[in-house]
Design a protein around this ligand. Sequence first.
Ligand SMILES: [Zn+2]
Length: 382
Amino acid sequence: MIRYCSKCIMPDSRPEQVFNGEGICDACVSAETKHGHIDWDARRAEMEDILADYRSDGSTYDCIIPVSGGKDSFFQSVTMRDTFGMNPLCVNHIPCEFTDVGWKNLLFLRDLGFDIVHVAGNRKAYREMVRIGFFKLGDCCWPEHIGIFTAPVRVAVQYRIPLLIWGENSQFEYGGPASKRGNNYLDRNWLEQFQMLGYRISDVVHDGMDLNDIKTFHYPTDEEIRDVGVTGLFLGYYIKWDSMKNAEAAIAAGWNRNPGGPVEGAYNDIENLDCKWIGGLHDYMKFIKFGYGRATDQLCIEIRAGRMSRDKAIVELKNSSEGTVPWKYVPDFLEYLNITEKEFVDNLDRFTNRRLFLCDDSGKLIKDKLGNLTRRFPIWDH
Ligand SMILES: [Zn+2]
């Protein structure tokens, strides 16, 4: 049965989450370190030292910022340019299917004075990768997770701009293997370990794909990386990361929240706005596999930042749409993959963890009229 962190509301069914002897998750331990034990002035000075070796006179770009157009992209770009005096080139990997607000927010970076390179893999091959992700790996946004990490590195090599500035170190912020929590850099090994779900790019040939059709997903070779001296740093290692503050700053500058309130399955309206199915469906697939979704993630961040009590978060979670089928973009998704609603639902059922959700005597998942599952675990049990 699911056990929850005693500080936040993260379940131990989250992959790679580690709980200590007192039942506290590693992300909460990191949060304590972040707010109490890290000398952020020293970290910032460390960053200044590094940047001094890369900063140009403005006639060339001196760092690459991978951007989705979200609140964190805003923060990374503005921080690098205005706080550290760098000359960034923003690189965007076009997601599966843009939302209107996502596209607007991405172009907003240009209004703020940033140049953007868009990397858009051909749509035929991309669609096949979505198909593999959805049917084989239980992740409808599998190519997106890869592309956002390969495209900027490829641009770094091609434009010969060695420094990449990523956002937060997600293992430190949200939990993961200790060996990666103290990391201040991102490399191929990190990508393969955390983003690929154990499926390598070269594996797609077994699904009938031609590797030459998915060049944007190939990580550059070690030789190319060495030749340019590509180094990727996590900004969150040097500057105290706070996604809510990033959002507030972005909104104050004119960036847009999700129109019409929280994204399906989420608690807030400021995250995962760019792609039609990274917000709803991707997180729903996480929910059916692991019993928690995006609202839990977001509420945990609020608890760890000291902005919300655990009791309040539990109430908010109950009031959120986490765990309900995100129907809004399902018609687009069916059309995109050219599949029927039955194929769609059957596949979700295949990935549903039957230890977490109730079945009837014949082994069929018990659902309500809208197709929502019945949890075996109480939404809150403590
Ligand atoms: Zn926790």
